[in-house]
Design a protein around this ligand. Structure first.
Ligand SMILES: CC(C)(COP(=O)(O)OP(=O)(O)OC[C@H]1O[C@@H](n2cnc3c(N)ncnc32)[C@H](O)[C@@H]1OP(=O)(O)O)[C@@H](O)C(=O)NCCC(=O)NCCS
Length: 212
């Protein structure tokens, strides 16, 4: 069955804007392609040249047009300058797996947690998504604390879950359900403008990476 995903929304709150990538974000891809803390965990190509950086951006759009999920740039609300990425992949069991990264110059200021809150709350409004998942390596305290700050619950350790950097890695499984949100406050941000938020169809299949 073909999956049709609605256009990606633009979400805003907590000082960040979550929006689709544009070619102007190529500077960010250059910047982080020199950062092993990102290239070792994500699909960002190391030492990207212009062609590789633009190809990376093209692939982020393809995730939605091919019905696999969404990939967003995280930008400052005031300048719209991109400083990170957050993405999600959908599976056939009405689950979404999320990943994220933030450029080193913007870490420690609440960017990842603001973006994760926005995308998680939006995603759980989609009729075809019932469970959000994060796979986090146990050593990654920054990511663990980001997840917990947004309300994700730690479920357990998935031993030898997937290969990262040429070796099998354990992953902590975190999840967030609609019911979990009921006991928490509404997100700081709301959809700003842009496409709708319904998912139609089914039968998507993918193997999520550890991160966006
Ligand atoms: C993990 C990462 C996304 C965090 O981004 P960030 O914008 O700095 O996160 P925030 O500022 O929203 O911080 C959220 C919480 O994590 C804590 N935190 C962030 N980085 C931390 C670190 N390196 N060590 C310990 N705690 C950290 C913050 O203090 C905050 O905790 P609090 O709610 O108790 O105040 C960022 O460090 C990164 O991009 N790392 C490389 C890629 C990566 O690991 N991605 C996740 C893969 S699963």
């Amino acid at each position: 069955m073909t999956v049709t995903l609605s256009a990606p929304p633009r979400l805003e709150g907590g000082g960040v804007r979550v929006r689709p990538f544009t070619d102007r974000d190529v500077e960010l891809i250059y910047e982080v392609s020199a950062d092993p803390s990102i290239t070792s965990l994500t699909a960002v190509p190391p030492a990207a040249d212009a062609e590789a950086a633009l190809e990376f951006i093209r692939q982020q759009h393809a995730r939605q047009t091919e019905g696999r999920g969404y990939s967003f740039a995280i930008a400052s609300s005031d300048t719209d300058r991109a400083c990170g990425q957050i993405g999600l992949w959908l599976d056939r069991y009405e689950r979404a797996s999320l990943g994220y990264w933030v450029a080193a110059r913007r870490r420690g200021g609440g960017v990842a947690s603001a973006a994760l809150a926005l995308v998680s709350h939006w995603c759980l409004t989609l009729p075809a998504v019932h469970r959000l998942e994060l796979h986090i390596q146990p050593w990654n305290e920054g990511s663990r604390r980001t997840a917990e700050r947004v309300g994700y619950r730690r479920e357990g350790l998935l031993r030898s879950w997937q290969e990262v950097g040429g070796a099998r890695r354990d992953m902590l499984m975190y999840s967030l359900l609609r019911d979990d949100l009921a006991s928490r406050n509404a997100p700081t941000g709301q959809p700003a403008r842009g496409g709708g938020s319904s998912l139609r169809g089914g039968g998507v299949s993918r193997q999520p990476g550890a991160c966006a």
